[in-house]
Write a protein that binds this ligand. Structure first.
Ligand code: AMP
Ligand code: ZN
Length: 198
């Protein structure tokens, strides 16, 4: 696993110039080759366990085709996106007892398109800060079905603007399952445990 020189913070967006292969933002490409993390693979995609899971179950469905992110997706990728969603649904179905969210970050931090398949408990030691929380519990997280619909309707994926993404990230902490407004992250992390196994 390459060392990361920056914090694992979503929402940074990808700079335009290509990253060297050892750059932390290229880490998914290495994990895709690591049998410890590979869950499933077929002709079109590899499914890996997220190395820094933000919930009890957190997988990434990654295409074998070198597509950097949703901005590079065109109509010719429609079937691929549908396949990614289908595989994501299968993985979710294999982990009975949990509800899953299946979608993309509006501004991903890692290179190569990846679909998050994440259980909705949000219970993980790797979930540490407000950016992590808001990236999965606000509209910064765009459902796969919305992405596919946008591609069908517009011939490209229309995503929230930079300003909207900033707002999503700055949203005050709020429980994703009830109306509780926690004081801070430790408070929130304690509170979400009350929703487990109910
Ligand atoms: P995103 O913000 O959509 O780019 O999410 C990237 C995801 O990749 C996060 O959930 C990270 O926990 C995860 N991640 C970061 N580095 C690696 C890595 N080297 N291998 C696998 N997953 C990673
Ligand atoms: Zn709650």
């Amino acid at each position: 696993m390459p060392k990361r020189s920056s914090k694992d913070v979503p929402g940074q967006g990808n700079a335009k110039k290509p990253k060297p292969s050892g750059h932390w933002a290229m880490g998914l490409l290495n994990t895709m080759k690591d049998p410890k993390y590979i869950v499933k693979t077929d002709d079109l995609v590899t499914v890996i366990k997220d190395v820094y899971p933000k919930a009890k179950f957190h997988f990434l469905v990654i295409p074998k085709e070198d597509i950097s992110n949703l901005k590079a997706v065109t109509s010719k990728h429609l079937d691929l996106l549908k396949h990614m969603e289908k595989v994501g649904g299968e993985i979710a179905g294999e982990n009975k007892g949990s509800n899953f969210k299946i979608g993309y970050h509006a501004e991903p931090s890692m290179i190569r398109l990846h679909l998050h398949v994440i259980s909705d408990d949000m219970d993980s030691v790797c979930l540490k800060n407000k950016k992590h929380w808001n990236s999965f519990t606000t509209d910064f997280f765009v459902k796969s079905e919305e992405v596919i619909k946008s591609l069908e309707d517009n011939g490209k994926v229309v995503l929230p603007s930079k300003e909207e993404c900033k707002k999503f990230m700055e949203t005050p902490l709020k429980c994703h399952k009830c109306s509780v407004i926690p004081k801070n992250m430790p408070d929130l992390k304690k509170h979400i445990l009350t929703h487990l196994e109910k």
